[in-house]
Design a protein around this ligand. Structure first.
Ligand SMILES: CC(C)(COP(=O)(O)OP(=O)(O)OC[C@H]1O[C@@H](n2cnc3c(N)ncnc32)[C@H](O)[C@@H]1OP(=O)(O)O)[C@@H](O)C(=O)NCCC(=O)NCCS
Length: 183
């Protein structure tokens, strides 16, 4: 659990960036958790995932209730989420995704979930989703893609593309923000 949570902590040393893992000790993690609600929520999410892995009964329900009540965040610890998951503001965010890659960022009040049918989005690595955006249906948001604030995304977004508006349209590929985490 520590290894994956450590990657989450890396996103909070300087918010939204990816800090050098050497900088992240348990003491640093504890200090950042005291300051940032988003990181505390992530701790309980990872704890829930650890509970599932260890077969501890009630891990799913308990984690979901805790995240909902304490942080206004809806996400199941059964959702596969890569390390370095950063949710700036948890309140009002609902996440029902098939899979979320590493180092994805969510700003606030985002909905990720089904559209008309029982199919859920996939977020590849390094995806950024702006405040209030909705990502709906069995679509894939490509690696490094950027979803603008308040966009409603109902089609696949190619890697490193920036999509804005309702319904979301691609405005460019390889913009400044999409390159932020590129190797
Ligand atoms: C999409 C975003 C990342 C900007 O990407 P960018 O590649 O730098 O794009 P630009 O700012 O150059 O804008 C390009 C065009 O898209 C439009 N645009 C940008 N963001 C938009 C949005 N969220 N919705 C609709 N149109 C948008 C701009 O008006 C501009 O249009 P124009 O070419 O007709 O003038 C940014 O606007 C955004 O939405 N960030 C989210 C920030 C956030 O969630 N903040 C909340 C903090 S609590």
């Amino acid at each position: 659990m520590w290894q994956v949570f450590k990657q989450d902590v890396q996103r909070w040393v300087v918010q939204e960036s990816i800090a050098d893992p050497e900088l992240v000790t348990k003491k640093v993690a504890f200090r950042l958790m005291r300051h940032h609600m988003g990181l505390r929520a992530m701790f309980w999410f990872r704890f829930g995932q650890w509970g599932i892995e260890k077969g501890i009964p009630g891990s799913v329900g308990r984690t979901m209730r805790m995240l909902h009540k304490g942080y206004g965040l809806e996400i199941s610890p059964r959702t596969p989420v890569g390390g370095g998951f950063y949710i700036a503001h948890t309140v009002g965010t609902v996440i029902q995704a098939k899979r979320i890659g590493s180092n994805c960022s969510i700003v606030s009040c985002v909905t990720i979930g089904m559209r008309n049918e029982w199919a859920f989005p996939i977020l590849e690595d390094n995806v950024f989703i702006g405040a209030g955006a909705r990502v709906l249906g069995g679509i894939t948001i490509g690696e490094g893609a950027v979803i603008g604030a308040n966009a409603v995304v109902i089609k696949d977004v190619p890697p490193r593309a920036t999509a804005v508006g309702i319904p979301a349209k691609i405005i460019h590929v390889g913009g400044e923000k999409s390159q932020k985490f590129s190797p």
